[in-house]
Design a protein around this ligand. Structure first.
Ligand code: FAD
Length: 352
């Protein structure tokens, strides 16, 4: 690995977008990614018998202006998340599920045609093999005479500036920085919530969208669970069908079989035996992903310290930048936040 001008830690949306722009400007950069794949919290699962299944980021809205601008620039299309006219609503365990009419949706959510990973792949396509290095777990950053040295097991690289795009709580607890970054930043970072870090995503694909029949719906809201929310997740072409939702995060300690069993019991309540005839089941327990989630020392609220002003400056004499979706001033935690973080860093913090 050659020494470079800018090292970016993490090949999620923030890291890839920064690298994409730096390449356009002719600035040399290298991405170090811990996983053996790109995307971070954007993970679309592709298989023959299912639509693209989003195990991470899925929806965007018209208000996500910088993300929409990027999609347009990359010629990536979106389509409306269909909710249908009705939803299955289960208010409490002692009363049966009911079909409720949904109000007209004036601010719909959109999905990316071909899956959210299309965005990741388009950005990565523009980068060369020399620029993205997978399976490189960064463990330390040290100030050296002419920049920073970034190291992990079996590798090290020098750069003039380093940009971390890890969720701040993960960065502060897994990468050793010498000399230490200010104590107040350490405290803020360790109490910065990682959006969706505790979530469990589940998806089942089916041969037919039986939930679209009269008096039924693929939109589910349940206070009983274990799935509190579920939606029709069929592909844009509407030729491969799936239901996708969140599983109550407290079921992370069960195994996959146990979770599937509970999910099928819930779905059978609404759809009868059709629910059992799934073609594939996919799940991602995000709190078990060591390159996304790290438990907090104290209780942390959703979005706590997201967008904190501490992240909008540089550290170690301009050499270290802490970016990523959670650091964005607006829409922090979301894809829009990742794009805004990348744009802010490119416009204000990179000095190379
Ligand atoms: C289940 C789920 C659902 C979501 N739904 C939505 C949604 O519908 N809409 C929306 O807008 N957003 C959603 N999000 C949030 C969205 O995914 C994130 O905002 C966005 O992907 C964050 O991008 P990022 O690049 O800032 O961070 P990340 O994607 O977290 O990227 C950080 C990268 O750093 C890597 N890394 C970690 N440690 C190291 C290390 N030591 N060395 C090297 N690399 C390392 C990671 O592997 C990762 O690739 C969802 C997230 C999840 C998990």
């Amino acid at each position: 690995m050659k020494d470079t001008t800018v090292v970016i830690i993490g090949a999620g949306l923030t890291g890839l977008l920064i690298a994409y722009r730096l390449k356009q400007k002719g600035i040399a950069c290298t991405i170090l990614e811990a996983r053996d794949k790109l995307g971070g919290r954007i993970q679309t699962h592709y298989s023959d018998n299912a639509p693209p299944l989003e195990m991470g980021a899925t929806w965007l809205g018209k208000k996500h202006t910088q993300l929409n601008k990027l999609l347009e620039e990359l010629s990536i299309n979106t389509f409306i998340q269909e909710l249908g006219e009705n939803a299955i609503y289960e208010p409490m365990s002692i009363s049966p599920a009911q079909l409720v009419q949904l109000p007209p949706n004036s601010d719909p959510s959109y999905r990316i045609v071909g899956g959210t990973s299309t965005l990741i792949n388009k950005l990565a396509e523009a980068l060369g093999e020399d620029e993205i290095h997978l399976s490189k777990i960064v463990k330390s950053i040290n100030v050296v005479s002419d920049g920073l040295k970034i190291s992990g097991d079996g590798f090290s690289i020098k750069a003039k500036q380093v940009i971390s795009t890890l969720p701040p709580n993960l960065f502060i607890n897994t990468i050793n920085v010498t000399p230490s970054i200010p104590l107040n930043l350490q405290q803020i970072a360790s109490q910065t919530h990682t959006w969706m870090g505790e979530s469990i995503k589940v998806a089942l694909s089916y041969a037919t969208p039986f939930w679209r029949a009269e008096q039924m719906s693929g939109t589910i809201f349940s206070n009983v669970g274990p799935i509190p929310e579920m939606y029709d997740h069929s592909n844009y072409e509407d030729e491969k069908y799936a239901l996708k939702g969140f599983l109550n995060g407290s079921y992370f300690s069960l195994d996959k079989e146990e979770r599937l069993k509970m999910i099928l019991v819930q779905l059978q309540k609404y759809f009868g035996d059709n629910a059992k005839d799934y073609l594939s089941y996919e799940e991602t327990v995000w709190r078990a992903e060591p390159f996304t989630f790290k438990d907090y020392y104290d209780h942390v609220l959703p979005h706590q310290n997201n967008g904190h002003a501490a992240y909008h400056q540089t550290f170690l004499n301009d050499k270290l930048i802490i970016g990523g979706a959670e650091t964005a001033k607006e829409f922090s935690g979301y894809m829009e936040g990742a794009v805004r973080s990348a744009n802010y860093i490119l416009e204000n913090l990179i000095s190379c």
